[in-house]
Design a protein around this ligand. Structure first.
Ligand SMILES: NC(=O)c1ccc[n+]([C@@H]2O[C@H](COP(=O)([O-])OP(=O)(O)OC[C@H]3O[C@@H](n4cnc5c(N)ncnc54)[C@H](O)[C@@H]3O)[C@@H](O)[C@H]2O)c1
Length: 271
């Protein structure tokens, strides 16, 4: 019988997941560990990162955790050094950490200049910093996989949320540039574009929408479900759905795939 591990086998691989303490990042960390990878969970919220890492160790995996602010190059350098120190090497980097804007963004109808700067610092430069921190190590080893978590919002501009959707379009574009640059070193760089997941980020998006429309009758969850009505498969995504796509892209099954952006959104985007 073909087991899951024989189809997507990441045993003897070591992965870093940024923003791995919560939501989608946590789901990715769990999925990679289930495929056999050792996982370094890195997050601004270090307590959450440690708790996910504890969970992975309890299930029998090797894991470690630490603080990172992906907006800061020295912090991502430190993250990679700690992962190598504690787990021996890095084969996989998942750039998942992301934000909707600067502090208080959910209370603003339009992105402020601080929101534009913040999403570029975290959602775009966060990918650049962590990729730069790890690429020397991967080049020396002659292999590696980098997966960036972009968004369906990066496929089409979002009204009132332009700062965020523009940052995610940039995440798709920087994925392509790095895929070209790192291809000679056998490093694959891809992105995934999640659709709708009911995580903390979406709770804030829904709260913001309710504030904007002033509709006290509808709950945030109702608004989220209305958005699902435009999705061909009519289902929300789960962190596990995103983890499955990431695990595939990090596996030998995806060796010929680079520079791609894989929509994991129930068919919401078909480009
Ligand atoms: N939830 C969705 O529907 C959805 C859809 C498409 C894309 N995404 C993207 O998926 C990724 C994860 O989103 P989520 O929904 O799980 O959000 P979330 O808010 O639940 O989790 C984000 C995590 O990133 C961490 N983080 C934030 N800034 C950081 C920084 N500077 N350095 C390190 N860690 C940082 C947070 O502490 C948190 O643990 C983000 O890139 C987001 O843009 C989410």
């Amino acid at each position: 019988m073909t087991t899951e591990r024989t189809y997507i086998d990441l045993s003897s691989r070591t992965a870093i997941v940024t923003g791995g303490g919560n939501g989608i990042g946590r789901g990715i960390a769990i999925r990679l560990a289930r495929a056999g990878a050792d996982v370094y969970v890195a997050d601004l919220d270090v307590d959450a990162a440690k708790s996910v890492s504890d969970e992975l160790r309890v299930s029998g995996g090797r894991s470690s955790a630490g603080y990172v602010d992906v907006a800061d190059q020295s912090s991502t350098d430190q993250m990679v050094a700690s992962a190598i120190d504690e787990l021996g090497k890095v084969d996989i980097l998942v750039n998942n950490a992301g934000v909707g804007g600067a502090e208080g963004w959910a209370e603003r109808q339009e992105g402020s200049i601080e929101d534009w700067n913040k999403v570029f610092e975290v959602n775009v430069l966060g990918i650049v910093h962590a990729s730069k921190s790890v690429s020397g190590h991967m080049i020396e080893r002659g292999s590696g996989k980098i997966v960036n978590v972009a968004s369906a919002a990066g496929r089409r501009g979002s009204p009132g949320f332009a700062h965020y959707s523009t940052s995610k379009a940039s995440a798709i574009n920087v994925t392509q540039a790095f895929a070209y640059q790192l291809a000679p070193h056998k490093i694959n760089v891809n992105s995934v574009c999640p659709g709708l997941l009911w995580t903390d980020l979406w709770h804030d998006i829904a709260d913001r929408r309710l504030r904007m429309t002033g509709d006290g009758e509808t709950s945030g969850r109702d608004y989220f479900e209305q958005r699902l009505s435009n999705v061909p498969l009519g289902r929300e995504q789960t962190p596990e759905d995103i983890g499955n796509a990431v695990a595939f892209l990090c596996s030998d099954r995806a060796s010929s795939i680079t520079g791609q952006a894989l929509n994991v959104d129930g068919g919401a985007m078909m480009n």
